[in-house]
Design a protein around this ligand. Sequence first.
Ligand SMILES: [Zn+2]
Length: 184
Amino acid sequence: MANQQFGAGRPSSPLEQIVKTKTKDGSNIRQDIPQTGWTFIECVDHITADHRCDACGYPKVRFVHKVASPNSQLTLLVGFICGGQLTGQSDTARIQEYELRRMARRRARFLTRGWSAAQKDDGLYFAWRTEDAATFWLKEQPSGTWSLHRSVRGIRDELLSTGHINRDAAAGVLFQLLFDHTGH
Ligand SMILES: [Zn+2]
C-alpha cells in the first residue's frame, strides 16, 4: 500500500481556489483533506527555504514535516505550524526540528573552521584536517570537481568519495560521515 504523494506539483488543484479555514495557529489548511488525525513521520532539512507547504501553500518552508493520514493513505509535506495542527504532535516535531537546526549550525561551523589549505604547483587546491587520529583531505581535481580522502599512519591516501561540485560539498560529505546521524 504505497502512500500517495498528495499536493505535490501544481496546478492540478490550485491552492488559491480551495476554500481555506483559518486555524487558531494562524495557518490556512486546505479543506479537501482531513483536518486532524495525521501522524508525524519525520522532519527533513531542505537547507534552503524553498518548499511549498502542501496544507496551506506557504512557499518558504525549510524544515519540512512529513505527516501521514492513516485513514486516507495520504502523506503531506508541510511546515511546522500546519504539521502541529494536523497531528497534534507539535512537541515531537519541534524536538526533531531543533535537532536538525543544531546539526545545520554544527555543519556550517565544520565547513568553515578547522581546515588548513594550500595550493599545489599545478595550481590545484587542497585542504586537510585531523579528526580521531586520521587526516582527511579535500582535493581539487583537474576536472574541477573535488574528492575526499583519508590517510591514517601506515595507510596512505584512501579515496572516500569523489565528484563533488565544490570544496564545501566534499567537506559536507565528511561531516555526514563523522557526525550527522539525523538520517539525511
Ligand atoms: Zn502550511
